[in-house]
Write a protein that binds this ligand. Structure first.
Ligand code: SF4
Ligand code: SF4
Ligand code: SF4
Length: 394
């Protein structure tokens, strides 16, 4: 997806109607012209959550989020990206590997399996968060049919988008080569970010990727199993639940949005919809959860207030990032559960539901590691021709 400059009418609506920026119509018109002409942005864009809601506002479908991305890429190519945010096995300490300091033994044991899965035409694709952070979620009978692939070596490569299209193509081709060694032709993906990378980004940029790799979300997989009488949900969940769509799905087809809703109905749920849903979903705020506490509070409360309006007892999410809603929603007497947990309860399992506890422990661990290694919030890296280089700092 690219910014379509020739379609843009310079109306500024993408900025003035953004739910998260405070920009007048007049200022927005001036700003968008400046952004297009100079590929730079003013400070107010520091508050941008990169949620892509503006793509759904734009009357000419010009993809303004991609203009913002171009500007960010330009800055990152000059200054580099913090190693903490680079989910690569070439960076010894990043948010994923730091997480290994908590429940290390079990995680290391599972990672051995995820990094060396047996050959299989179909696999569950875990991504980083489910391999390193919210690892409880995949510990279930419902994800036993095929091998699981995960760990940093098989990260979807979402971070490479910060370095431009050529780097994304190189990463996608490198992953495809690895996947071919396993003989895999279909992934059942848990993480919405990974779904977007495979179903949208790589498939659109690399024709062989689209030909060789089919992708299904875990909701689509569970629905199929249910309709084929291979899975029974006996413990119906009789609760009033709303589904929070992740920003990462915004560019995907409607069937991806239908699946979690159908799954929830199969589980026995009374489904209620928030005002902003599907492609027009609002952000959960996870991108500023650790760096800007007040901002996170505002953004998450904006989302949770919509769940309160429809009197939901519970918010269901499909993204571990969106589990950021768990603590602020509990403060409003609404629990936040991952859809996988709800499916596990419905087959009679007892998932530990440790979302808040795990997030807090990992947050403490990241802060402690940064205090002990202050270079972690200084050292930056660039990716060029598929290779990672540390930026020299004075
Ligand atoms: S990406 Fe989100 S926060 Fe940023 S301008 Fe667009 S709508 Fe606003
Ligand atoms: S990208 Fe769309 S909303 Fe933004 S200024 Fe251009 S036409 Fe208007
Ligand atoms: S989208 Fe998934 S695999 Fe990709 S960086 Fe995020 S957690 Fe890792």
């Amino acid at each position: 997806m690219m910014f379509i400059e020739e379609n843009c009418e310079r109306c500024g609506s993408c900025l003035s109607k953004c739910p998260y920026l405070d920009v007048s119509e007049e200022k927005a018109k001036e700003e968008i012209i400046k952004m297009i002409e100079t590929r730079t942005a003013s400070e107010f864009l520091d508050d941008c959550l990169e949620c892509a809601y503006c793509n759904t506002i734009c009357p000419t479908k010009s993809n303004p989020r991609e203009l913002i991305r171009e500007i960010t890429i330009k800055a990152i190519r000059e200054k580099g990206l913090l190693g903490l945010n680079l989910m690569s096995d070439q960076i010894p300490l990043n948010r994923a590997t730091i997480s290994l300091g908590f429940e290390s033994e079990t995680k290391q044991k599972n990672l051995k399996d995820y990094l060396h899965p047996p050959k299989s035409e179909k696999m569950f694709f875990l991504g980083c968060s489910l391999s390193y952070r919210h690892t409880d979620l995949v510990n279930s009978k419902i994800l036993d049919e095929f091998p699981k692939i995960g760990g940093l070596k098989y990260c979807c490569g979402g971070y490479v988008k910060n370095f431009g299209t050529e780097e994304v193509i190189l990463k996608g081709k490198a992953l495809l080569e690895e996947f071919e060694l396993f003989g895999v032709s279909e992934f059942i993906i848990i993480c919405p970010g990974c779904t977007r990378m495979m179903k949208d980004v790589y498939s659109n940029l690399i024709p062989e990727f689209q030909e060789k790799i089919k992708v299904k979300t875990f909701s689509q997989y569970l629905i199929e199993k249910y309709h084929n009488d291979e899975l029974t949900f006996t413990n119906k969940i009789r609760k009033r639940i709303t589904f929070h769509d992740p920003c990462a799905w915004r560019s995907l087809d409607s069937e991806v949005f239908d699946a979690p809703r159908e799954l929830l109905e199969i589980l026995g749920v009374e489904l209620v919809e928030m005002k902003h849903k599907r492609k027009k979903t609002l952000c959960c705020g996870s991108s500023c959860m650790y760096s800007k506490h007040e901002r996170f509070k505002e953004v998450s409360e904006m989302r949770i207030s919509e769940a309160e309006e429809v009197e939901a007892e519970l918010i269901a999410v499909s993204c571990t990032g969106c589990l950021a809603l768990a603590k602020p929603s509990r403060n409003k007497n609404i629990e936040t559960y991952h859809l996988l947990e709800l499916a596990q309860i419905a087959i009679g399992e007892k998932p530990p539901h440790r979302t808040i506890e795990i997030s807090e422990k990992l947050n403490d661990l990241v802060n402690k590691t940064i205090n002990e290694n202050p270079y972690l919030i200084k050292d930056k890296y660039l990716i060029k021709d598929g290779k990672i280089h540390r930026v020299q700092v004075d």
